[in-house]
Design a protein around this ligand. Sequence first.
Ligand code: GUN
Ligand code: FE
Length: 457
Amino acid sequence: MSETLLESSFAISGTFIHSTITSPLVILSDHCIGVISGKIVFIQKNDNKINDVLEKYNIDVGNIICLKGLQFVIPGFVDTHIHAPQYSNCGKCLDEDMLSWLHKYTFPTEAKFADLDFATKQYWKVVSRVVKNGTTTASYFGTIHTNSTLKLCDVIQSIGQRGIVGKVNMNRNSPDYYKENTTISVQETKRYVQEVVMRKYTLIRPCITPRYAGNCCMGLMKQLGQIARSNEIHVQTHIAETTEECDMVRKHFPENESYLDIYNEAGLLTRKTVLAHGIYLTPEDRKLIRERNCGISHCPNSNISIRSGMLDVRACLDDNISVGLGTDISGGYSPSILDAMRTAIFTSNTIALHKGPNYKPLDYQDVFRLATLGGAKVLDMEDHIGNFEVGKAFDALLVDPCVDGGPIDVFREDTMEDIIQKFIFLGDDRNILSVFVAGNDILENFVRQISSPNDGI
Ligand code: GUN
Ligand code: FE
C-alpha cells in the first residue's frame, strides 16, 4: 500500500469499539470505516452495499486494511493533563506530598528547560513514549520558558500527535531561579500565543496555563484570562488537589469565597478550561463548573502516588460535569492512559468500600468512555475527536489482544466485551499496533522517518 494513498484515502474493515453520549461501549463488528484526508467519510456494515460505498468514495481494494484474528480498532486515548518536562522524574521522587514535591523535585527539574537542546531531547522522549502508549491527543504543560515550550510544539507536530500546549505562568511562591515577574509573564504569554498561531501547526493549539492560584497573583491571572477570552483559546490549571494546597491558597486569597471563585474572578472559567484534580471542591463550586462548562481532569495515579486524595468521579458525572483522564506525569508515575483507566477504577472501588452497597463505582465501560469521548469533551474537542462519527478525524488505535509475547491470554469462551475488558486491565503498548492521528499511522512514522535527538541525555 503506498504512503500517499494511505494518507489520502483508505478503509479499515473489522471490529470497531467506541463510546457515544448514550452508551459507554458500542461494538461495531464486521464494519468498514472509510477515511479521506484524515476524516471519517463513512461507517458501514460489511453487507451487500459495501462495494457501492467503496466505489462512491474511490477506495479500491488495495487500500483496505483488513483486521486479522481478534484485532479491533478503538478511538485514540486523550490525556487531559500531563507535564512534559517532568517525564525524567516518572517512577521516582514520590516520597513527598505535593507542595514539598514541587519544591524538592519539580521546580529544579523544570528550571533546566531554559536550555533548548536539553528541552528538545527530553521532549522527544516523552512525546514518543506517550504515543507508543496510545495517546493521540494530550493537553501538555510546558515550563515558564517560551522558546522551549515552542520546541515542545515542534516535537509534537513532527511526531504527528495532536496537542494542546501551554507555556506555564508563575510569579510567586517559587524559588527565584524559577519565577517570572508579572510583566514578563504576560508579554511572553502573548508572544507564545502569537508564535503558535503564526507557525500554522495543523495539530497544535495554544493554551493559557497559570500553574495554580498558589503560584500566580490575581493581577497576573486577570491578564491571562483576558488573553484566553480574546483569543478564544484553551485554559488549563490545577485546583483543589490537596488539603494543604487548599489552605495555602485560601490564605493568599482571603476575599474570595472559594478556590474556584479565584479563577472565576480572574475570568479563567470557560468551556475550554481544564481543571486538574478538583478533589476538594464544594458543591457550589461544582455547580459553577457545570454552568461554565469547564472540564475536570481526573488523575488517579497521581492522586494516590503523592497521596493527594480521591476524586468522586461518579458524583461529578451525576452532577453533569465533564470528566476526562490525565496521567499527570510525574505526580503520576505512568505515561499510559490504560493505567489511568485502571487506577480510576481502583479509586472508585475504594470510595465504594467507604460509601456502601448503594454506591455505583466506575466500571471498565465508564473508564473507556472517560479515556476517549470524555477526554475529548473536557478539551472542548468532541466535535472533532473522541469516537467514530462521520466528519470526525480518524484518531484511532489498532489493538491486537493476542500479540505474540504480549500480556493477555484470550480463551475460547471470551466474548468481545471480555476481550476489551482484558485489554483495559492487562493490556500495554505491545498490544497497540498502529496509532492513527488524522488518518496517519504515527507509530509507523517513528520506524520509518523520524530520527530523534535522543543521545546524550
Ligand atoms: N500543582 C501545581 N503544580 C503542580 C504540578 O506540577 N503537579 C501536580 N500534580 N500538582 C501541581
Ligand atoms: Fe499536574
